[in-house]
Design a protein around this ligand. Structure first.
Ligand code: UDP
Length: 250
C-alpha cells in the first residue's frame, strides 16, 4: 500500500520520487524493476524494491551514526522512504576496492586485483551519453562543481567506503566497489543521496569461494546467474542481524 504522497516528480530506473507536504523532503518508492546495460536489459523482480529499501535504510542509519551526512529521514512502509530533498549533483562517484567490471573491460588491469588505496572515479551522470568517465580537466571545463566541492565529494565517498567496507567485512561480506550519488540540501549541505544497495554495490560472500556463488549483487542479474532476490535477501538478513530495525518516519 502506498502512503499519502504528492505529485510524481521523477521516475528513474529503480525508484520513483514524489513530492510531499514538507517542501524540504521527498518520498522515494523503491521499484521491483531491474535494469542493466543502460536499460537494454530489463525485468521485474518481485521483492527487490522492498529489500533494497530496507538495506539502504539500515546502511544510511549506520552512516548517520558514524556522522556521515546523508539524505535519509526514515521509512514510511517497507518500500517507501522519506529523504531530504536535494539538488542532485550529476556525477556518479565510483569507489573500487577490487578491480572488476568496466575497469577491467577498459584497461588491462587484472580482474580481482586489490586496489589500495581504493580507486575513486567520477562519471558524468547522463544515460544518453552512457555515463562517461571524467578526467579532472573535463570536470573543470564542465564546471559542475568547484575544485573545493570536488575534494569534499571525494573525501565523503572515501569515508563511506572505509566505513562500509569495515562494517560489511564483520558480516562476512566483501565490498568490491560501489556507486554513490550526492546532492545539496536546502541548507547548502553536501549529502550522500540516492540508495546504497546491491543494485549499486558489488558485494561478495566471504563464506564461499565459488566465483559465481559468492556474487550477491546486481552482477547476478547482469550475468544471468539467477537467484537475484535471494542473494539480495541474504545481504539484508546479515545486515539486519547486527542492526536494529530501520526507524519509521514520524
Ligand atoms: N554502478 C551503478 N550504476 C551505474 C554504473 C555503475 O550503480 O550506472 C555501480 C556498479 O553496480 C558497481 C560500480 O558502480 O558496483 C562500478 O561499476 P562499473 O563501472 O564496473 O560498471 P559496470 O559496467 O560493470 O556496470
Amino acid at each position: 500500500m502506498s502512503p499519502d504522497h504528492g505529485l510524481l516528480m521523477y521516475e528513474g530506473k529503480a525508484k520513483r520520487i514524489y513530492a510531499c507536504k514538507d517542501i524540504d523532503s521527498v518520498l522515494v518508492e523503491f521499484k521491483n524493476d531491474a535494469t542493466a546495460f543502460n536499460a537494454l536489459k530489463h525485468s521485474q523482480l518481485e521483492g527487490k524494491g522492498r529489500i533494497n529499501c530496507q538495506i539502504s535504510a539500515s546502511l544510511f542509519e549506520l552512516l548517520e551514526q558514524e556522522g556521515i551526512p546523508n539524505h535519509y529521514l526514515g521509512l514510511l512502509s517497507e518500500e517507501w522512504m522519506m529523504v531530504q530533498k536535494v539538488e542532485v549533483i550529476p556525477l556518479e562517484i565510483v569507489v573500487r576496492n577490487i578491480a572488476t567490471g568496466s575497469l577491467c573491460k577498459q584497461t588491462p588491469i587484472i580482474e580481482g586485483k586489490e586496489l589500495s588505496p581504493p580507486l575513486l572515479d567520477l562519471y558524468y551522470k547522463d544515460d544518453s551519453l552512457s555515463d562517461p568517465l571524467l578526467t579532472e580537466s573535463r570536470l573543470e571545463i564542465l564546471g559542475i562543481v568547484s575544485h573545493a566541492k570536488r575534494l569534499e565529494i571525494e573525501k565523503l565517498a572515501r569515508w563511506v567506503n572505509d566505513f562500509l567496507k569495515d562494517f560489511l567485512d564483520k558480516i562476512d561480506l566483501v565490498l568490491v566497489d560501489f556507486k554513490l550519488e550526492m546532492g545539496i540540501n536546502n541548507s547548502g549541505e553536501l549529502l550522500v543521496a540516492d540508495e546504497i544497495s546491491p543494485d549499486t554495490c558489488r558485494i561478495w560472500d566471504k563464506r564461499t569461494l565459488d566465483s559465481n556463488d559468492r556474487i550477491l549483487d546486481k552482477d547476478r542479474f547482469r550475468q544471468d546467474l539467477g537467484g537475484v532476490v535471494e542473494a539480495y535477501g541474504e545481504i539484508l538478513k546479515r545486515v539486519q542481524g547486527v542492526t536494529s530495525k530501520p526507524r519509521n518516519y514520524k
